[in-house]
Structure formats: structure tokens, C-alpha cells
Design a protein around this ligand. Structure first.
Ligand code: PFF
Length: 454
């Protein structure tokens, strides 16, 4: 494809919603609550918010700059902006990261489909916390059912990717995002009103700094990158489809606010509900699948029809939020193969899909029959999550910040941030300072701290 023929998102709102569609997903509703639960609650959230402001927003703007300026997917962008330099490896690492994340992310995305079906068949009625725990463990250890849903999910993603940018990605985001937001808000209100919910709200809002270890910093940083879709060039690939009027700073701010709000609201759904029925907040990846069905039961116990509708709607929307994220993950390696090797988009997508299914099958079995095989003491699923979210994404973000802060021509950077002088960007000097010093030093310190360097 000629560069000047590159497809664009149809509108500025479309650009925001597509980027927000990538950011908002299982990371907010599934991963954020269980990481918060594992790391002690409110103190983790404060550090997480710090990471969003100090690393997340500046790095998001810098990814937008890389994408829109190069008009290429991340794998190619560094070659366009810094030809014949080793920077291209940062792009390649992003492509690999996206591919690996999609492998295990699609497994959990598949679980949401199982829960859509369970909710639709009315199977949550009359059950208690212990039943939901058993229901989840039976399902996740079954060798076949999770694989079936994995296939369905990956093939749906494949279908949207092949339909292309405007038809597929933009349109689906525009419809799904607002509905998801309203439903999450409604459920948070219901959950906070459950009997005994106060303890959960306190867990979420009252920090206990005695629980802060080096792990908490690494966890919060990894979660910030994962949740905002940063560090692997996903948003820079989307930004390559932005029009010249899209305001990069304002778009990053909108995406950051939407993403953070949904994560906090998800916390407000899960923790009050978990404490209310006596489920431990550190139950791990199964947390939302064992607490949420309970919320529907208890909050709307007197109105079974409402309980039914909310349960089905919630899992449908969660599956859709996951879909807008899997689309963005799939897009990175697909666009790379298409641009780098000249494959048609269809062929590039097929190669990625087959590879992702392979990683997905191993990740899924790692939670059941193959849980005995471990890497550094973790099963394959957890090891992939650790490697990608806590190491590869922050590393990718750090290199991206250094690239834009130190390597990219200053005039070009200023032009991108101000749309060639048409916008005021009072934050610009601070932005450059953060990219040059705070991001690389801060991220490096968190790594060193984790390795026991302090
Ligand atoms: N941000 C997505 C979520 O929170 O579910 C996951 C994700 C998408 C991570 C795209 C990274 C990425 F590039």
C-alpha cells in the first residue's frame, strides 16, 4: 500500500474510541482487580495511578507520535523514522510481545464466552460462593471446553481483522464502549450496596503502606502498561491510522481517563462483592469469574429477571471489550507481516491466527492437565503473563520514551504534538523532560528494585 493511500479512522471520535477500545478490556475488569487483590489493595492502586501519570500518558503520546509520523505499524515505524539503526529491534520486540499476549489473553477472553452461555442458560440461579468456585475450577480444568471457546474467540478476532480498519475496528468500538461504561457503573452501585460491602470499599480506598514491597511497584507498573496497551506499539500502530487533525495529547488524556475509570469501577464491583460473600481478594485470575455471578444473584435476588438480564449483558459486554483488545493485539503482528513481507492482509492474518492458536492451546492446558510443567516456578500461562506484562511492555515503553525523547528530531516532535503549530501544548516542555529522564530512570529503578538491587 502506498503511504499516502493509507486508510484512516473516519473521525477524531473514532480514533479515541478505537484506542480506548484497545485499552479497555480484560486488563481492567479481570487483571486489575486480581493484581490489586494480590498486592494488598489501595496502596497498589495509588502506585498504579502514579505510573499512569508519570509513565503512561507521556509514553502514550510518544507512541502516537511514532505511529502518525511514520504512517507504519510498529514493526516498520522505527525503520521509517531511524533507517538502518538497531532501533528496529524495539519494533520487532513489540510485534513479538503482541503475539505472545494475544496467546494467553484469548484464553481468558474465551472464558467470558463460557460465562455468557452459563448466564444465558440461567445457571447462576440458586448457587452460592462455593458453587461458583467449583464451577470455575471444573471449567478451567476441562481439557476441551476452554479450547473450544479459545478457537471461537480467535477466529472472531481474525474475521474482524480481515474486514479492515474502518469497518471492523472503528465501528465495533463506537457501539460497545458507551454501553459497557453504563453497565459497569450500574453494577458498581449495586455491588457497593450489598450487605458487608464496606470492607471491600475500604480495601480499595484505604492504603496500607506496610504491604508495599518491590513486587508491588513492578506489578503496578506492569498493570499500567498492560491496561493502557502501551509498550508494544499497539497504540502507535493505531495512530498510524489517525488523521492529521487528531489531537494527540487530548486523545491520550481521554483514553487514560476512560481506562482508569473503568478499572476503578471494576474494582468497586469486585471487592465489595468478594468481601460480602467471603471470597478472598487474592484468589488470582479466577477472581471475577467467582465473585461476579454472586453479585448478580445477591444484588438482584428479589428480581430474577433483572439478575438474568444483567448477568447476560455483563458477560456479553466483557467479551466485546475483550474483542476490541484482541483485535488491537492481532493488528500489530498482522500489519507487520503485511508491510514487511508484502503478504496480503488476509494471508498475514492467517499466519498470526494459526500461531496464536498454538500459544493459546498451551496456555489453556497449562491451567489444567499441564499445570505440572513450570518455567521459573510458574505454569506457562502465568510465566507468559509475567514475561510480557511485567518485563517486555515496560522495556518497550522505556525504549520508546528514549527514542522519542533523545533520538527523534525535536522540530518534528513539536509539529506532531501541536499539529504543526495549530494547537497550543503548554505541557510540551514537561513532556519532553519526562520522556528524557523520568521514564527511563524510573522504569530502570523499578526493575533494579525488583531484582533486589536496593
Ligand atoms: N489493554 C488491554 C486490556 O486492558 O485488556 C490489553 C492489551 C491490549 C495489552 C493491547 C496490550 C496491548 F497492546
Amino acid at each position: 500500500m502506498q503511504q499516502n493511500e493509507r486508510i484512516n479512522f473516519g473521525s477524531k471520535l473514532g480514533a479515541i474510541l478505537a484506542a480506548a477500545g484497545s485499552a479497555v478490556g480484560l486488563g481492567n475488569v479481570w487483571r486489575f482487580p486480581y493484581e490489586t487483590g494480590n498486592h494488598g489493595g489501595a496502596a497498589f492502586i495509588l502506585i498504579y495511578l502514579g505510573c499512569i501519570f508519570l509513565f503512561g500518558l507521556p509514553i502514550m503520546i510518544s507512541e502516537f507520535v511514532i505511529g502518525r509520523r511514520s504512517k507504519a505499524s510498529t514493526g516498520k515505524a522505527y525503520q521509517v523514522l531511524a533507517p538502518r539503526t538497531p532501533w528496529k529491534w524495539v519494533g520487532y520486540m513489540g510485534v513479538l510481545t503482541g503475539f505472545l499476549i494475544l496467546g494467553y489473553y484469548a484464553v481468558v477472553a474465551g472464558w467470558t464466552l463460557e460465562y455468557v452461555v452459563q448466564a444465558a442458560m440461567g445457571n447462576f440461579f440458586g448457587k452460592e460462593a462455593a458453587d461458583f468456585i467449583a464451577m470455575f475450577s471444573d471449567f478451567s480444568q476441562d481439557p476441551l471446553r476452554p479450547l473450544l471457546w479459545l478457537f471461537v474467540f480467535v477466529l472472531t478476532t481474525h474475521f474482524v481483522i480481515v474486514k479492515g480498519v474502518k469497518e471492523g475496528i472503528e465501528r465495533s468500538s463506537k457501539v460497545m464502549m458507551p454501553i459497557l461504561f453504563v453497565l459497569v457503573l450500574l453494577l458498581a452501585v449495586c455491588s457497593v450496596m450489598l450487605p458487608g460491602a464496606g470492607e471491600g470499599v475500604e480495601f480499595l480506598l484505604k492504603p496500607d503502606f506496610s504491604k508495599v514491597t518491590s513486587d508491588v511497584f513492578l506489578g503496578a507498573m506492569g498493570q499500567a502498561f498492560f491496561s493502557m496497551s502501551l509498550g508494544m506499539g499497539c497504540l502507535s500502530t493505531y495512530a498510524s491510522y489517525f488523521g492529521k487533525d487528531t489531537r494527540l495529547g487530548a486523545t491520550a488524556m481521554s483514553v487514560g481517563v476512560i481506562d482508569t475509570l473503568i478499572a476503578i469501577l471494576a474494582g468497586l464491583i469486585i471487592f465489595p462483592a468478594a468481601f460480602s460473600v467471603g471470597i478472598q481478594p487474592d484468589a488470582g485470575p479466577s477472581l471475577i469469574f467467582i465473585t461476579l455471578p454472586n453479585v448478580f444473584q445477591q444484588a438482584f435476588g428479589g428480581w430474577p429477571v433483572l439478575a438474568y438480564i444483567c448477568a447476560v449483558a455483563f458477560y456479553v459486554l466483557l467479551a466485546m471489550a475483550a474483542l476490541t483488545s484482541t483485535i488491537s493485539l492481532h493488528e500489530v503482528p498482522t500489519a507487520f507481516l503485511h508491510e514487511q513481507f508484502g503478504f496480503t492482509r488476509g494471508k498475514a492474518a492467517r499466519i498470526v491466527t494459526v500461531g496464536v492458536l498454538g500459544v493459546g492451546i498451551v496456555s489453556s492446558l497449562a491451567l489444567g492437565d499441564w499445570s505440572g510443567y513450570t518455567v521459573c516456578g510458574k505454569n506457562f500461562f502465568d510465566a507468559l503473563d509475567f514475561l510480557t506484562a511485567k518485563i517486555m511492555l515496560p522495556l518497550g515503553g522505556m525504549f520508546g520514551a528514549v527514542f522519542v525523547g533523545w533520538k527523534l528530531d525535536r522540530r518534528l516532535l513539536h509539529d506532531e504534538v501541536t499539529n504543526c503549530g495549530r494547537l497550543r501544548a503548554p505541557y510540551y516542555p514537561l513532556f519532553v523532560l519526562i520522556l528524557r529522564y523520568l521514564c527511563p530512570v524510573g522504569i530502570a529503578l523499578i526493575f533494579i528494585n525488583e531484582l533486589g538491587g536496593f
